[in-house]
Design a protein around this ligand. Structure first.
Ligand SMILES: *[C@@H]1O[C@H](CO)[C@@H](O)[C@H](O)[C@H]1NC(C)=O
Ligand SMILES: *[C@@H]1O[C@H](CO)[C@@H](O)[C@H](O)[C@H]1NC(C)=O
Ligand SMILES: *[C@@H]1O[C@H](CO)[C@@H](O)[C@H](O)[C@H]1NC(C)=O
Ligand SMILES: *[C@@H]1O[C@H](CO)[C@@H](O)[C@H](O)[C@H]1NC(C)=O
Ligand SMILES: *[C@@H]1O[C@H](CO)[C@@H](O)[C@H](O)[C@H]1NC(C)=O
Length: 466
């Protein structure tokens, strides 16, 4: 099964790669008398041996199910379909997929192959993309008991490969122009090398000195990210044309929202009081009475929602506010599902989103499209979420939803091979991630070229134009 899917996938990845490099000249030629459209935006996709990327997809039959033993809804290898977007949710749809976030790495690779301004020679490139499937490469270390004690080695074979093969590519800018995607939270990959005992499910990739100058895209960053930058968790919505995007946002805009708020997530009561427990208590009180449509709870226990967007997207269309308490980590995919559904997200701490996604969501304008209720005030019983949200006037909710649907295209991962109308009219999560990387690399490289390499470590990440 795994092998067959890989064979289906490989030729597409390989052919598009060949075409992209053979035909790069077409996108490189400056317009007759205009500015060079590729100036500062040239990317070289470094070729890597298959053990760093496509061969890792072979783990789908063995390692993926281990990583998520509760996920019974879809055989894991099926998630490789559509370059990692997964199979469509049903036959009639062109836009909705059962997307497994762990496969964002091959998908991102596929999308980069579509970009204009790819160059075959690293010396011409402003940035070097490494098609390394980093989180998939971690699976053996984090799942195999015999390898757990070696998990500090994750990434070392790549570092050695880059140091030995065409070493000039890496040495030219000390790696400051290199980037790759790690489809996970930075915290899981930044454990100290000498931690004893090794923490189950983690590696030390982001602490490898050899990779320290690279920019790594992650789904959540550390408190003081220097190396990584966070990009949105992928949702299940991957439109391929502008009409498809617009018809969905129109549906979200006019949807009749009869419930005040919604919570989608685990429903077991935590042993210690926390924000999730407070939400469940408020919802337990208010869901029972039929006349009082205050709270919808979508039970996502046992990975019931993971590959089944219908389970939560329909309810999200019926709610005004979607609650986003921290789960295993502060950020959650559900925040992005809510944005796509036009359901105003309610955060309980900045670590849920504001601290991470500056390239995609306007950090200074969260009040215009979300509500923040400090978690301590809820857990201590000083405020009730229901009261805070019920007090927001209806026209204010409508305004927030409008802002939300305006920014939704920025967090969507549009389908590969999508129509030009969509590509040209909106910037999606991949476009904005690559623009952010290019801005960051440009600043670092000019610091290097100006002879102030130390300045690199003082550079703040700008948030781009919002
Ligand atoms: C290369 O680009 C040119 C101009 O855009 C196009 O006409 C041609 O079909 C492309 N060739 C390939 C192999 O894609
Ligand atoms: C979807 O289409 C395939 C092939 O056309 C068919 O085998 C399958 O039964 C269809 N599934 C549903 C749920 O209609
Ligand atoms: C891993 O290390 C711990 C302590 O550091 C040790 O107890 C354990 O036996 C080791 N496991 C393996 C498989 O070597
Ligand atoms: C990282 O960059 C600095 C200059 O900014 C350089 O001195 C150092 O050698 C680089 N580290 C690696 C591992 O390339
Ligand atoms: C639940 O309802 C009871 C009785 O109406 C009330 O005393 C209690 O404060 C409510 N709890 C929450 C968390 O709203």
């Amino acid at each position: 099964m795994a092998r067959r899917l890989l064979l289906l996938l490989l030729p597409i990845i390989l052919t598009s790669s060949a075409t992209a490099s053979k035909n790069k000249s077409s996108s490189l030629l400056p317009l007759p008398d205009g500015p060079d459209p590729c100036s500062g935006r040239r990317i070289h996709i470094r070729w890597l041996p298959a053990r760093f990327n496509t061969h890792l997809l072979l783990y789908c039959a063995t390692a993926f199910p281990l990583a998520d033993p509760d996920s019974k809804s879809t055989p894991a290898c099926a998630s490789l379909a559509n370059h990692g977007l997964g199979p469509r949710t049903h036959n009639g749809t062109r836009s909705w997929y059962r997307t497994d976030a762990r496969l964002l790495e091959p998908f991102f690779h596929r999308r980069l192959l579509e970009r204009a301004c790819l160059v075959a020679r690293p010396a011409q490139a402003d940035a070097v993309f490494l098609p390394y499937y980093a989180a998939l490469d971690a699976l053996p270390y984090v799942l195999h008991p015999d390898l757990l004690n070696s998990s500090a080695l994750h990434g070392l074979p790549l570092a050695r490969y880059l140091a030995r093969n065409q070493p000039r590519v890496l040495a030219r800018r000390h790696g400051h122009d290199h980037f790759f995607l790690l489809a996970g939270t930075a915290w899981d990959y930044s454990q100290p090398h000498d931690a004893e005992p090794r923490m189950y499910g983690t590696t030390s990739l982001l602490r490898l000195p050899e990779l320290a100058n690279f920019t790594v895209l992650t789904l959540e960053s550390r408190t003081w990210p220097w190396q990584e930058h966070a990009i949105p968790h992928p949702t299940s919505f991957h439109p391929s044309s502008l009409p498809r995007l617009r018809s969905w946002t129109a549906r979200a805009r006019r949807s009749r929202r009869t419930a005040l708020m919604l919570y989608a997530g685990g429903v077991s009561r935590p042993s210690r009081p926390n924000i999730r427990g407070a939400i469940l208590a408020e919802c337990a009180n208010r869901t029972s009475s039929k006349s009082n449509n205050v709270c919808i709870v979508v039970d996502c226990s046992a990975a019931a929602c993971a590959l089944n967007p219908v389970a939560y997207m329909r309810p999200m269309l019926r709610a005004n506010f979607c609650l986003q308490p921290p789960g295993d980590s502060p950020s959650r995919r559900s925040t992005f599902d809510a944005i796509v559904a036009g359901c105003v997200p309610v955060f309980f701490e900045h670590a849920a989103a504001r601290a991470h996604y500056g390239w995609h969501l306007p950090r200074g304008r969260y009040d215009q499209f979300s509500v923040t209720i400090p978690k301590d005030s809820v857990v201590m019983g000083d405020v009730r979420i229901t009261d805070v949200l019920a007090a927001v006037p209806a026209d204010e909710v409508a305004r927030m939803r409008e802002r939300l649907l305006e920014i939704a295209p920025r967090v969507v991962y549009r389908r590969h091979g999508s129509a030009a109308d969509l590509r040209e009219s909106t910037k999606d999560a991949v476009d904005l991630a690559v623009e952010g990387v290019l801005r960051r690399i440009r600043r670092r490289v000019s610091a290097l070229e100006d002879g102030h390499p130390d300045a690199i470590y003082e550079l703040e990440d700008d948030d781009g134009a919002h």
